[in-house]
Write a protein that binds this ligand. Structure first.
Ligand SMILES: Nc1ncnc2c1ncn2[C@@H]1O[C@H](COP(=O)(O)OP(=O)(O)OP(=O)(O)O)[C@@H](O)[C@H]1O
Ligand SMILES: [Mg+2]
Length: 480
């Protein structure tokens, strides 16, 4: 603590932080309440000081109050969710951390910090309600737009010429035919969701529900209720509601950013994976569910385990099939292929007629770090196709961060800065070459796969993820 920190400073902090702060004496009577807490809970500070906590919150049962619990047990509570009604009837959800105030082991009071999570909770509950509605066969079409959990991608939509990624795709296709849980690792934007949807769509569950939940998108205390469901009376304000496991029954549940799931919840997930049994929050009854789990992490699973983010036992259960997607900067052939693919895609969507990118742009693309991977490449091309003129995407059509990267990392290596005039000339030369470059990359990929598969056509086609006929055509075309 800073030696000049005074009581005034502490009061200042308590008044201006965005969390609620309350302090009670040893009997549970309010002695301090900051402005945020008063505002959230509809209480008048001067009227409430000195009153017992149960008098201020008439709907709160003694055994549910975290402050009273800490007074009774003298032990702190961290990050506990609480739902209660203010005297005006407003339902509030908070996450509380509560500390006892002790003097020589004697309890003198307790201090509580509460974060308001009501908006998140309302949103997540609405989300589940909508989901139940959609699955409950809402045929009015009114709620169709809310159905975000639809798997639309197939393996053909995963564009790659990279031999390792093609191998991963082939394993994923095999895994799709089984019921084994799958763990996918890849940096952001590498196509984890794409791969997951493709697995679902080529599995026998393809006409059953597909539900995706990002474990990092919700406060961890809400995630349990969302996944497992709740029962009325489970905690104050709880209602009977199915969780995602029940909603995804007979289908696939995609748990994205599993590394952000709290450890206790990972233990519960492991149980579902082992015996297919779930228990709603606050319930004593158990339900059997039949859900295929696909989990994803955007940090290396080994690092996640070392840092205690993924439980080892859960990892062992998940890693029977682990699919590692290489990052885009390691897939040079894919940079070429995807550039072409996205130019075609946005030409079609936007009625444009771009033929390719200029040479300096291609040089930059091949050297750039692509931290946002395929998603970043797609957005760069979408932006350029929207705004560029002519038929070639040039250097000036790129976002400033890419142009800076070129100036810092690419240009110094080629010594010859490219002027805008030269650029147009070079762009036209390069137009002619892009197809050639892509074809060369394709030829190399086919040669390698063909060799690796000991010239077995069926196997080569499988590895490359293309139909046999297409392969035969290409073998002839490239004279392999
Ligand atoms: N190989 C690919 N072929 C075609 N499109 C791709 C490919 N990989 C990714 N994309 C596109 O890139 C975008 C990002 O993919 P996706 O959402 O699957 O990434 P992610 O790994 O789940 O990323 P995050 O970790 O950020 O959630 C999507 O628009 C997807 O269509
Ligand atoms: Mg994703």
């Amino acid at each position: 603590m800073h030696p000049f920190l005074t009581l005034e400073h502490v009061k200042f902090m308590l008044e201006y932080i965005s969390d609620g702060v309350q302090i009670v004496d040893e009997k549970g009577n309010l002695v301090y309440c900051n402005r945020n807490s008063a505002m959230l809970d509809d209480i008048n500070i001067s009227d409430s000081i000195g009153k017992h906590i149960t008098e201020i919150y008439p709907s709160l049962k003694e055994e549910e109050s975290t402050l009273l619990k800490v007074l009774a047990t003298k032990t702190p509570i961290f990050n506990r969710e609480q739902t209660y009604r203010t005297y005006k009837g407003k339902i509030i959800a908070t996450i509380n951390s509560t500390l006892p105030i002790l003097n020589n082991g004697q309890i003198e009071g307790a201090i509580e910090i509460s974060r308001n999570i009501t908006p998140y909770k309302e949103l997540s509950e609405r989300y589940l309600d909508l989901q139940s509605m959609v699955q409950g066969g809402d045929t009015t079409g009114k709620n169709k737009a809310t159905r975000t959990d639809v798997a639309v991608f197939n393996f053909e939509d995963i564009i790659t010429n990279h031999s390792e990624f093609n191998r991963v795709k082939a394993v994923a296709m095999k895994a799709a035919r089984t019921e084994i849980p799958v763990l996918i690792y890849g940096e952001t934007g590498t196509g984890k969701e794409l791969l997951t949807q493709a697995i679902h769509n080529s599995s026998k569950r393809k006409n059953r529900p597909f539900i995706a939940q990002n474990c990092a998108a919700l406060p961890s205390s809400l995630l349990e209720g969302i996944l497992f469901g709740t029962v009325k009376g489970g905690f104050t304000g709880a209602v009977d509601r199915k969780g995602l496991f029940e909603l995804a029954d007979t289908g696939t549940l995609f748990l994205d950013e599993i590394n952000s799931m709290p450890q206790e919840l990972q233990a519960k997930l492991l149980r579902v994976l082992q015996d297919g049994i779930i228990r709603r929050v606050g319930d004593t009854r158990e339900h059997r569910v039949d859900v295929r789990i696909i989990a994803a992490t955007n940090i290396d699973p080994n690092v996640a385990i070392e840092n205690g983010l993924i439980r080892r036992d859960l990892y062992y259960r998940l890693n029977t099939v682990t699919l590692w997607i290489p990052k885009l900067s390691d897939r040079k052939e894919d940079i070429l292929l995807l550039t072409k693919f996205f130019i075609d895609k946005y030409n079609n969507q936007l009625y444009r007629n771009f033929k390719g990118v200029s040479e300096d742009v291609m040089r930059l693309f091949l050297n750039y770090s692509w931290e946002g991977n395929v998603r970043e490449l797609e957005h760069v091309i979408e932006g350029a196709v929207n705004f560029a003129e002519g038929t070639t995407i040039g250097f000036m059509d790129l976002p400033p961060n890419l142009r800076n990267y070129y100036k810092l990392h690419v240009e110094p290596q080629i010594h010859e800065p490219i002027t805008e005039n030269q650029q147009t000339q070079q762009s036209e030369d390069f137009d002619l070459n892009l197809n050639q470059i892509v074809e060369n990359a394709e030829k190399r990929a086919i040669e390698k796969a063909y060799e690796d598969s000991f010239h077995n056509i069926t196997q080569t086609a499988k590895v490359l993820g293309i139909p046999r006929q297409t392969l035969q055509y290409k073998l002839k075309k490239y004279n392999i």
